[in-house]
Structures are given as structure tokens and as C-alpha cells.
Design a protein around this ligand. Structure first.
Ligand code: DAH
Length: 337
């Protein structure tokens, strides 16, 4: 019998050593010390013992119960200490977690992508050209006279006499036509540079999207339909365009396109300077001299071209008041888009 009690104690001790959490502690308590537990079972056997045997047995079972209670209490304390030390100090599991930080597209990239997608939908593909450009492609082949004011050092960053930072995306018209026979339907996004005094509406580097459509029988009507569709898609279906006569060396006739003011829908407000119209791009029919520079026959093909400033379009679209914000990388600005 002594042996039986000893065995029980050893089993219990071993079992308790495995216990590592409060739930298991309770299971252990019920198994050994509960109303129907092992110790209670031993006491129940007292009735079957002789009067001589009873006191010693009772004493032994009482001892066993006391040792089990003590061992359980010690283990309880150890488990509690362990789970406390598993928590990092200063950690409050009841606080809400941090949101993961997502990167996002720069507002100029998403505006650019949207513009390109609209023209892609009309069958245009994307072409690109170098930012360091020859005078020839930037000016000469585009029918700029030698004494045109934009060739002045004050307006153009020259690297060498005939090498410059392109002042617009139009040189890609020539580069593309030199390599591809008509028909041509391209948009050309890219960065351009001008020697500007920097302020809220002028930057020395900014972005443009150029467009070029060349085929037999392309008319000014194709130009207006295409650009009107773009304006409605980008700024909303109520948007109208008007074309004002203008001058560019590489188009004839040339025009500037104004859209109805999105803020007042044409009635006149501060944004449109009370005119109801906002200028958004230059456009025109490709000048015969441009076709000749690129090796196209102006007797056979006609075409239209256009160019718009992406910063300007993005500023109109999002109500951004200062062009310098695009380059400052201030997350308070960028994360709004
Ligand atoms: N290159 C002109 C500029 O930077 C914009 C432009 C106007 C492009 C008319 C064109 C065009 O293709 O037809 O101001």
C-alpha cells in the first residue's frame, strides 16, 4: 500500500512537470485533488480497512494530499511567471495594430497613365525619345527658324553648341517618322526642360504628352474629334473644347485648345479668370516641312499633332496650386492621391 501511494506520487510529480498552462493545471487538480480525484478515491477505501490499519493509512493519504497541494501551488506560480516573462515589456496587446504602410504611384505617373490609356483606347501606341537631344530634332527638323526666340540660351539648357536638354516632346515626332513608314498613331510621354525662373506655375523640368497621327486624308476634323473625346474621357462627359488660332512652327494651321472650366462649367469663376475656359494644350496639322525633314511625302499624307503639359493637367484635375509640390516628395502631399 505504501508502494501504491509512492507510485501515485511519482506519476503525479512527472505529470505536473509537463504542465505549462493554466488549463492543464486545473485538469491536474481535478484529477488528483478533485471531489472524485485520486486522493478522494484513497480516502473512500478507508472504510474497507481494519481499525488498526486506518490511522496509518489516513496519515499517509493526508501527507500525500499535502505534498500534492504544495507541488501544484509551486507549479502554478512557475507557470504564471513564465507567461508573464513571455510578453515583451511595454507591450499592450489590447491596443489596435499598426496599418501596413503601402507605397503608391506618384500623382504625375497616375495622371500620365490615365492619359495614355485613353489614347491607347483610340488605337495610339506609346513611343519615347531621349531627354538629351540634338538641336536638329528639337528645333531644326521641326521647322524652327534659326533665330526663333526659344533657341535662346535664356530658354533652353544647352550642353554643347548642338546638344541640349529637349524643351518639348515634339522631337520624337521626327525620330519616330524617320524609322516608321506611315500610318503613325503615337503618344509620347516624357520629361522636358526649360530655363525658367521657378515659381508656383513654372518649373525647369516638367512633363509632356505629345501626340501624332499621320495617314492619307487625315483632317482637322479628326484632330478635333480625337481631342474632344480625350477631354470628355479625362475631365468628364460635360467637357467641351474650343480651338483658338495660334502659332507653332511645326504645325499649320495651329491652335490652342481650351476646355470649359470644370469648376463653373463655363459661367466664369476665379479658376478660369472669369472667361469660362481653360487652356489645356497646343495642337495643329503637321507642317509640310516637318514631313519633309522626316522623309515623308507631304503630297501623300497629312496628319495632326498635339502636346500637353502633364503637370498642368494634373493641377487642373486635382486642384493643385503649386507645381513645385510634384518634385518635393513630401508624403503629406503625395499620400493624398
Ligand atoms: N511642343 C509644344 C510646346 O511645348 C506643344 C505642341 C503644340 C505640340 C502643338 C504639338 C503641337 O505637337 O501640334 O509648347
Amino acid at each position: 500500500m505504501q508502494q501504491e501511494l509512492q507510485q501515485l506520487w511519482e506519476d503525479a510529480e512527472q505529470e505536473l512537470a509537463q504542465v505549462a498552462e493554466p488549463k492543464a493545471l486545473e485538469i491536474f487538480r481535478i484529477k488528483y485533488l478533485g471531489k472524485k480525484g485520486a486522493v478522494a478515491g484513497l480516502f473512500a477505501r478507508m472504510g474497507g480497512l481494519s481499525a488498526e490499519e486506518r490511522p496509518a493509512f489516513g496519515q499517509a493519504v493526508n501527507d500525500l494530499r499535502a505534498r500534492l497541494e504544495e507541488a501544484l501551488a509551486l507549479r502554478k506560480q512557475a507557470v504564471a511567471e513564465q507567461s508573464e516573462s513571455a510578453l515583451p515589456t511595454g507591450y499592450d496587446p489590447s491596443l489596435p495594430g499598426y496599418k501596413p504602410w503601402f507605397g503608391r504611384r506618384h500623382v504625375l505617373s497616375s495622371v500620365l497613365q490615365e492619359i495614355v490609356e485613353i489614347f491607347r483606347g483610340m488605337g495610339f501606341s506609346v513611343a519615347e525619345g531621349p531627354e538629351v537631344e540634338l538641336d536638329y530634332f528639337n528645333f531644326q527638323a521641326l521647322n524652327f527658324p534659326d533665330d526663333h526666340p526659344s533657341r535662346d540660351l535664356q530658354d533652353t539648357f544647352y550642353i554643347e553648341k548642338d546638344v541640349l536638354l529637349r524643351t518639348h516632346t515634339s522631337p520624337v515626332q521626327i525620330r519616330y517618322m524617320e524609322k516608321h513608314p506611315p500610318p503613325v498613331r503615337i503618344v509620347v510621354p516624357g520629361r522636358v526642360y526649360r530655363n525658367e525662373a521657378i515659381d508656383a506655375s513654372h518649373a525647369a523640368e516638367f512633363h509632356q504628352v505629345e501626340g501624332l497621327y499621320v495617314d492619307e486624308g487625315v483632317t482637322m476634323g479628326d484632330l478635333t474629334v480625337t481631342l474632344r473625346h480625350f477631354a470628355k474621357e479625362f475631365f468628364g462627359s460635360g467637357t467641351e473644347l474650343r480651338f483658338r488660332p495660334h502659332f507653332f512652327p511645326f504645325t499649320e494651321p495651329s491652335a490652342e485648345a481650351d476646355m470649359t472650366c470644370f469648376a463653373c462649367a463655363g459661367s466664369g469663376c476665379r479658376i478660369c479668370g472669369n472667361t469660362g475656359w481653360i487652356e489645356i494644350m497646343g495642337a495643329g496639322m503637321v507642317h509640310p516641312n516637318v514631313f519633309k525633314s522626316a522623309g515623308y511625302d507631304p503630297e501623300k499624307v497629312t496628319g495632326f499633332a498635339f502636346g500637353m503639359g502633364i503637370e498642368r493637367i494634373a493641377m487642373l484635375r486635382h486642384g493643385i496650386k503649386d507645381i513645385r509640390l510634384f518634385l518635393e516628395n513630401d508624403l503629406r502631399f503625395l499620400s493624398q492621391f
